[in-house]
Ligand binder design. Structure first.
Ligand SMILES: Nc1ncnc2c1ncn2[C@@H]1O[C@H](COP(=O)(O)OP(=O)(O)O)[C@@H](O)[C@H]1O
Ligand SMILES: [Mg+2]
Length: 212
C-alpha cells in the first residue's frame, strides 16, 4: 500500500483553550488509523528553534523586547523549524501536527502588538513560500475560560501570558479576521467538555480526509 501524502495541521487559539491537550488526542487518533504522526510546536520544534523560544517566552529580560525583534525571532525560529522538521516530515508522508504557526504571529504580533500586517505577510512569504497548513483548527473559547484553564497548569507564566486582557481581546479579533479570510481555518467550539471538542476535531479531519 502506498503511504498517503503528509498533511500539515496547525492548532491555533488563545492561552489555555486546549491546544496541547487536543494535539495529543489527535495524534493518538491518527496513529490508531494507521498514520505516521509528528507533533511539534511553535515557536520551537528543533534545537535551535527551541533556543529562540526560550528567549521569546522568558518572562523577564533587563531590557524590553523590541516588537520587530520579537517578530523576526518568531520567523527565524519558523525558518529553522520548516527546514529541520516540518518539510522533511511532510516529504516522508507524515502528518505534522503543530501547536501554533503563522496565524499566531499575525494574531499576536500583528493584531496584538500592532505590527503592520502586510509586513508580517511579506516575512511569511519569505519564510514559507507557498507552504500553508492543509487545515488549521482554531480552538475558540472566551478569554476567561482559557485563563481559568491555564491557571490550573503547572507551567510558569510566560511573557505573553503576562499580557493584559485588552491584548488578548485584540489577539482573538485577529483570529476571527483570519478565519473569515482563509477557508483552511475551522473554528472549533472549545467552550465545552473535552469529548465534544474532540468530536468536532475528528469531524474536521474527516472533512479534510474523507477516507478516514
Ligand atoms: N474542553 C476542556 N474542558 C475542560 N478543561 C480543558 C478542556 N480542554 C483543555 N482543558 C484543560 O485546560 C488546561 C489547559 O489546556 P492546554 O491544552 O494546556 O491549553 P493550551 O495548550 O491551549 O494553552 C489543561 O489543564 C487541560 O487539561
Ligand atoms: Mg499549550
Amino acid at each position: 500500500m502506498t503511504p498517503s501524502a503528509g498533511r500539515f495541521i496547525t492548532f491555533e487559539g488563545g492561552e489555555g483553550v486546549g491546544k496541547t491537550t487536543n494535539i495529543q488526542f489527535l495524534a493518538d487518533w491518527l496513529r490508531q488509523h494507521g498514520h505516521e504522526v509528528v507533533t511539534t510546536r511553535e515557536p520551537g520544534g528543533t534545537e535551535i528553534a527551541e533556543l529562540i523560544r526560550d528567549q521569546l517566552l522568558k518572562a523577564h529580560h533587563d531590557e524590553p523586547m523590541d516588537d520587530l525583534a520579537e517578530l523576526l525571532l518568531m520567523f527565524a525560529a519558523r525558518a529553522q523549524h520548516l527546514q529541520g522538521l516540518i518539510k522533511p516530515a511532510l516529504a516522508a508522508g507524515k502528518w505534522v501536527l503543530c501547536d501554533r504557526f503563522s496565524d499566531s504571529t499575525l494574531a499576536y504580533q500583528g493584531y496584538g502588538r500592532g505590527v503592520d500586517l502586510s509586513m508580517i505577510e511579506q516575512l511569511k512569504r519569505l519564510v514559507q513560500g507557498s507552504l500553508e497548513p492543509d487545515l488549521t483548527l482554531w480552538l475558540k473559547a472566551p478569554l476567561a475560560v482559557g485563563r481559568a484553564r491555564a491557571s490550573g497548569r503547572a507551567e510558569v507564566t510566560d511573557r505573553f501570558e503576562a499580557e493584559q486582557d485588552a491584548f488578548f481581546q485584540r489577539v482573538e479579533q485577529g483570529f476571527e479576521a483570519l478565519a473569515r479570510e482563509h477557508a483552511r481555518i475551522v473554528a472549533i467550539d472549545a467552550n465545552q467538555a473535552l469529548p465534544g471538542v474532540q468530536q468536532a476535531i475528528v469531524q474536521a479531519i474527516k472533512t479534510l480526509e474523507p477516507s478516514l
